[in-house]
Design a protein around this ligand. Sequence first.
Ligand code: NAP
Length: 284
Amino acid sequence: MAMLMDGRAVGQRMLDACAEKVKAIVAARGTRPCLATVLVGDDPASVTYTRMKRTRSEAVGMRSLKVELAAASTTEEVVARVAALAADPAVHGILVQHPVPRHVDERRVFETVPSAKDVDGLTLTSFGGVSFGLPGVGYGSCTPEGIVRLLDAYQVELSGRRAVVIGRSPILGKPMAMMLLARDATVTICHSRTRDLGAIVAEADVVVAAVGKARFVQGAWIKPGAVVVDAGYNAGNIGDVDFEPAAERASLITPVPGGVGPVTLAVLIDHTATATARQLGVTL
Ligand code: NAP
């Protein structure tokens, strides 16, 4: 049986370190880092996610600012609100909860966040900075960066290993592939048009599932001894990997919940501390 990668424990260690960073920033400048969460509409899962993000930021000593906009808001209205946060020196990080209602141009809204405050790592600049390996240019997308931190916490060797990422979304699959590439893995990106997915996954030393379909990744696909990361989060707390049969073959596997989610959240908080320090000229 595989060993579980405990995202809650790793995430808590990261949050404890953030609390120390916040103390250092407050001591140096007398300013508390502030994370603004922007929620458009009232999707129940998004309401929960934004609340958790604010709660965690406050738990490490940050301020949080709750911005809620009606589901019927236009792109211009959302952009205007985000632009106001971008111009506010008391706000250090801006998170626009994905997804926004369909009629809103999400990319335009994301691009309104200046890269210095893009703590969720979703702008073109952040993706470019991560893909080009430019330190200090934007921030990594939180979920893939959390996955890398989790793999590091369990000392998973990535250099030269075969990694398969299932999913190519701009938020998860694509930046995940770039981050694994930056760590010298040999990366294959799979998507809905991929043929013989099972055969490709069967060659992977590291599998990242980011599909959004419950129990989609079959246990029989997993190479014995592979490391399996399940980023999926489907109704009923079910991941994208068929957990039990996959765990029988993997060496390490993330549970759902308690795997990728907590480290994702911790990365967001950590980025907010870093963004504040950079904006205020504090060396952490
Ligand atoms: P998404 O935007 O819907 O992307 C899903 C990806 O899966 C797409 O690239 C799609 O391919 C691919 N796909 C769909 N069906 C497939 C199939 N039959 N074979 C292979 N690939 C297939 O979703 P997302 O935002 O990346 O999220 C993915 C999952 O991660 C969801 O369960 C989401 O809830 C979860 N998530 C978790 C966190 C966290 O903090 N834990 C954060 C974000 C997302 P095409 O591009 O070809 O359509």
